[in-house]
Design a protein around this ligand. Sequence first.
Ligand SMILES: Nc1ncnc2c1ncn2[C@@H]1O[C@H](COP(=O)(O)OP(=O)(O)OP(=O)(O)O)[C@@H](O)[C@H]1O
Length: 479
Amino acid sequence: MADFSSLGLSDWLVKQCKQLGVNKPTPVQENCIPAILEGRDCMGCAKTGSGKTAAFVLPVVQKLSEDPYGIFCLVLTPTRELAYQIAEQFRVLGKPLGLRDCIVVGGMDMVSQAIELSNQPHVVVSTPGRLADHIRSSNTFSMRKIQFLILDEADRLLEQGCTDFTKDLETILGTLPAKRQTLLFSATLTDTLHELKNIAMNRPFFWESTSETRTVEELDQRYVLTPEKVKDAYLVHLIQKFTDEHDDWSIMIFTNTCKNCQILTMMLREFNFQTISLHSMMKQKQRFANLAKFKASVFKILIATDVAARGLDIPTVQVVINHNTPGLPKIYIHRVGRTARAGRHGVSITLVTQYDIHLVQSIEELIQTKLKEYPVVEKEVLKILTQVNVTRRQCEIKLESTDFDEKKEINKRKQLILEGKDPDLEAKRKAELEKIQSQKKKFKQRIQETIQQQQRVQLKKKLTKRKQMKNKKAAQKTA
Ligand SMILES: Nc1ncnc2c1ncn2[C@@H]1O[C@H](COP(=O)(O)OP(=O)(O)OP(=O)(O)O)[C@@H](O)[C@H]1O
């Protein structure tokens, strides 16, 4: 196996890696670093926790040391927390250079970000929306000379999911030089490869780990079959079990909505579990604070939406529980990838209801691994069922008495204003669209009913005619 020096990195950088306990390159690093140092575009697809971040940070820092200027490199990533994590890697590995980074994400003060950008940092790490806002609103910085554009979690940035980055990416790409190196990384790159090829055009070097399975061997992947109404009781039972059996543990629980995240956090606290949450309805400062507390093991349980599914590197996470089965198999890969990172062991448990069986099948197909059943003594779960369900209902009532739903509405309106839309007009449009759709549906139904009625009449006619013929034939016979 190669070492970092043989990949073309300078001694000081190899030494810096050693100080961080990074001694031997992982396969994605071994393969991508030389190609990037050669000046090629690169697409790296490797499993979660396999060191993709250092695979792009190290060659960029190496190149920066040869010709330092700002702004040298732009990294785009889908979430704010991830932006901070990536910036930290640049800061630590580039410390001997005096590398200056600038983090540009939503929810934080825009003026101070603009000042930092105008000071020409070497590396800008950003979420697309906020950077595009800066580009649209100020001309205090230029990215005309950047040498590297990096899209971390590239498939997420380019797909049109619930947050669509397309417009912001267009704005950003319009300010970048055509002559640059573009690097794309993700654990699930191959699904959207054709889109990615349009962005990276300079003799792209593509590397994907050869393993058939899409998740790491160190991950023990389990499921628990549960009726929808018993799900929360299973969750409480599983957490209790881990608390009883392990001293040094932390758990990440994924659920589908911000509201559910909030309710589950309140509910688990009622059962005296040290729980904290992370979702997009929280203020950004609170999001950072909660993540920091979880990282420091002040809180052992983090309940999050998919905003935390990708990229977060928290070595203490030993268990991931999917409170809902993810609708998209690749989301499953990212969620369970929050444990069993960098060669460590971990467990993932997915709660599967009667409605989710087909989802599990498509997950198993993508990861090329069968999930195993996690043994649970049902009697133990049933013992706490009523208490859990009553507690959950109490938490729901408590949350309803706060302005949580109202805040959600306000956030939606704010988002529309930021997108340059009039919230009232949008609401009117939505209502009109719904009305048209419902009219269309009714119309379709009516047509279908008419056709069916016509078919019934025709059938009746046919039957009567047949009967008449039969009677006629019988009459002729007797005559
Ligand atoms: N060569 C190495 N040797 C040992 N540890 C490493 C090495 N490279 C990176 N690591 C460590 O491995 C962990 C996971 O790395 P990283 O966060 O880059 O994973 P990733 O591949 O980007 O995962 P994800 O797909 O979830 O984003 C980090 O804690 C990192 O410090």
